[in-house]
Design a protein around this ligand. Structure first.
Ligand code: SF4
Length: 116
């Protein structure tokens, strides 16, 4: 009979592998940002007050999970001045977004003040 603990170990190994999967991390981030922007507007507004630094226009956040089709070959946004979605305009919302950029091999120009 297959030992129960062995089965749990296998399941845990798969769960950990999924958690570390870059694509899964970035898709989860996209869904999280979408939900925050549409359903947690107060949280987003408060986070933007804590946000420091500035965008370095590295376009890392435009290539999380997949490269945005609106990026030019020079990594410039075709809708930057007109029609850019809020999920793009408001990046980064919190430290999790900064972590997503790090997972993609970059370093966002923003950071967040610690709450007192
Ligand atoms: S990752 Fe940060 S610094 Fe780079 S383009 Fe996005 S918001 Fe700007």
């Amino acid at each position: 009979m297959f030992p129960y603990s062995c089965l749990l170990n296998i399941i845990n190994r798969y769960i950990n592998a999924i958690k570390k999967n870059r694509f899964i991390i970035h898709i989860t981030g996209k869904v999280r940002r979408f939900c925050l922007i549409h359903f947690k507007k107060n949280y987003v507004q408060n986070q933007l007050k804590l946000r420091q630094g500035q965008c370095r226009q590295c376009a890392r956040c435009c290539s999380l999970a997949f490269r945005c089709p609106l990026l030019t070959s020079e990594n410039l946004c075709m809708t930057y001045t007109k029609g850019r979605p809020d999920v793009c305009k408001l990046f980064a919302i919190d430290h999790r977004d900064l972590d997503d950029v790090v997972v993609a091999g970059g370093q966002c120009g923003y950071w967040f003040e610690e709450k007192a």
